[in-house]
Design a protein around this ligand. Structure first.
Ligand code: UDP
Ligand code: MG
Length: 316
């Protein structure tokens, strides 16, 4: 079997209107590079006719591979499924909605040839996205950078090209809650970036709801930082210190003054609620870590494949 030079992994969730235009632009780019390539479309449980569109594309174009997952597993797992199937010397990850311009692959590939194992695309600007999304994304990446020890690039999605070595390393990382951009930073090798302006979505709407975004952000933080746990310890010490000071004051009032104490209800209720809040937040933080341990120890497969035209996946 001949391995292609480049595998392009494209996760799909309700992208039926974007597949044809994406295919055209990708094909122009890949043919311009004059290298062998495969396009791996991963249908992540779409509710529209994404699968039919991909299937008919695959029927007439041998370079088009597809994997139909058994349900919606989420963007990161869909990309992982594509990487698992990719056998190119280099692997490209690109969104299907044309927010990541395929033409940038030229520059990324050229950069890679200079001796980098990973070239990621860093967003200079993002068009057509809500103020809230831009603000939360900006804040999140800065927070993450502040509390992790590895350098996860700022303002970077999963749009990138990586060497086979990096894809192989990713396949060895079995975690359930994927945060690929962090995992790739953690893997190391020589990495660099090129900047680009992120386009608007070509058609359809984002598959990332706010709840998915929050979950994804927590996955990133818990997988790459113990800072929240240290924060719990810190809160414990701070509250204990405050408690000690208040204890001294209370004892002083009780034994060395004649001040009445019947007005103490307010301070009592504040103390109780404050402590309750601190304790629940701490339990919540620990819970975020423990729930991720819980899913990882079950060792369930990451995804199931309903249908594919990649023979090696049918008989693993
Ligand atoms: N996607 C996916 N599964 C999901 C959500 C999204 O495979 O559950 C795909 C989607 O089809 C697209 C890419 O992941 O190719 C990025 O998603 P989207 O454009 O919705 O996210 P945004 O660009 O708004 O962050
Ligand atoms: Mg998008």
């Amino acid at each position: 079997m001949n391995f292609p030079a480049i595998s392009v992994v494209i996760p799909l969730y309700n992208e039926s209107l974007n597949i044809e235009p994406l295919y055209k632009r990708l094909t122009a780019v890949m043919q311009g590079l004059q290298l062998s390539y495969e396009l791996i479309f991963v249908n992540d449980g779409s509710r529209d006719n994404t699968l039919e569109v991909v299937r008919s594309l695959a029927a007439t174009h041998p370079e088009v591979k597809y994997i139909d997952l058994s349900r919606n597993f989420g963007h990161q797992i869909a990309v992982s499924a594509g990487i698992d199937a990719a056998c190119g010397q280099a692997v490209v990850i690109i969104d299907a909605d044309l927010q990541d311009p395929p033409e940038l692959i030229n520059a990324m590939y050229a950069k890679m040839k200079e001796g980098y194992e990973v070239v990621y695309a860093k967003r200079r600007q993002r068009k057509g996205e809500s103020f809230m999304k831009l603000l939360t994304a900006r804040l999140f990446y800065r927070l993450l950078a502040a509390i992790t020890t590895i350098d996860i690039p700022l303002d970077t999605g999963d749009f990138r090209i990586m060497d086979k070595k990096v894809a192989d390393a990713l396949r060895q990382m079995p975690e359930n809650h994927k945060f690929l951009r962090g995992q790739i930073a953690w893997i190391g090798y020589r990495q660099t970036y090129i900047e680009y302006d992120r386009d608007q979505r070509h058609a359809g709407k984002t598959g990332y709801t706010y709840s998915k975004m929050i979950r994804f952000a927590l996955d990133g933080i818990t997988a790459f930082s113990n800072f929240p746990i240290k924060l719990v310890t810190f809160m414990g010490f701070s509250v204990s210190m405050i408690a000690f000071i208040f204890a001294c004051i209370s004892l002083y009032i009780r034994y060395f003054t004649n001040l009445p104490v019947e007005r103490g209800w307010t301070s009592l209720i504040i103390a109780i609620l404050f402590l309750g809040g601190v304790q629940l937040i701490s339990i919540g933080i620990l819970g975020e870590y423990i729930s991720r341990i819980n899913t990882d120890v079950r060792r369930r497969p990451l995804y199931f494949i309903r249908e594919t035209n990649i023979p090696s996946l049918l008989n693993p």
